[in-house]
Design a protein around this ligand. Sequence first.
Ligand SMILES: Cc1ncc(COP(=O)(O)O)c(C=O)c1O
Length: 405
Amino acid sequence: MSSSPVDRNRLWSRLDDAVAKQGVPLPTPVFVVDLDAFDRNADDLVRRAGGKPVRVASKSLRVPVLIERALAQEGMHGVLGYTLREALWLQQQGICDDIVVAYPTVDRGALAELLASPAALAAITLMVDDPAHLDVVDSVRISSSEQVRVAVDVDAGLRVARQHVGPKRSPLGDVAAVLRLTREISSRPGFRLVGAMTYEGQVAGVQDAVPTSRARSAIVRRVKSLSINQLAVRRREVAAALADVADLEFWNGGGSGSVEETAADPVVTEIAAGSGLLVPTLFDHYRSFAPRPASYFGLPVTRKPTAEMATVHGGGLIASGPIGADRLPTPWAPAGLELTGLEGAGEVQTPLTGPSAARLEIGDLVWFRHGKSGEVFEHATTVHLLAGDEFVDSVPSYRGCGQSF
Ligand SMILES: Cc1ncc(COP(=O)(O)O)c(C=O)c1O
């Protein structure tokens, strides 16, 4: 989708028409997912993965129906979850029976639940990078007969001299460190090593074609290319060493911004992706794919502080990460609206300026895009699904299901 002003104004009419067709006033914020864009993004991710399955990163959706919709797509398989409690819930709800929890857990209550359920033990894989993660599991075990599926998270950062560029997560940075942990896993009854993961966040999650910062984008592209080359060697070495120790079911890698580069590595058997389905603003401006935004929230204009301005109710749905303007939501439709420097996106009210603000009237809806993908739905209980020009369903988010992970 292009983000031209014409397209954004067309989107404004389309969304407003869909709201009007509902016939009843919708509570605001009105959270909307455009299914046409979502499905095309799903096709695109599968195409980019070049035949390797895409594992759905659920943190970037947080709406059960959307997770199911992605899983129904040919070429997508399994969930990359973000907490063990979430994984247990997805398994209990029958939403997925192949869930890799991408981040280590020390949640003893959830582990006790996992150990008590043969179905959950068969469906869920825990991520580990330290013997302490195994100790926590053992601390709640009653017997060693419960086989816990584990995967090792191998650091995928770029090392240049003493610098490390990439997510600061796993201490397993070389073959020796990985083998130390895998020997520990093999020596303990009740654990089965089934997979490995390398998440190259410095490639998958950093914009590299930002029109307003060309020099920085050029540096990012250089870092990405160095990372891919260095990581290919590390993956190959670790995989060769692991082949003598375990028969791995999967090697997970990548994210929405690196699908084709990660898929090109023969060691990787599956690609993780989530943000590429909804395409929040932090996933605009990637060289590797054309964004097709699929998620919006509508806020009503409630005040006109001056004839040239409009103030909407709500707005401060800020994305996590390093503080910066890119973490703010973006007034998207109609085109030609800006946040103010003084108030930004406010807790209860958000003033808007720009050429379109003058034509906004009290009661109009302004449609925003969030910086991040699933995180926006932590503010939502209900999400309206748009197909063509109308809402075809209204579905609960995790929050709407009474869940907060
Ligand atoms: C382990 C892991 N894999 C993959 C991803 C990519 O997810 P997405 O495609 O939603 O950016 C992330 C994002 O943070 C991650 O932490």
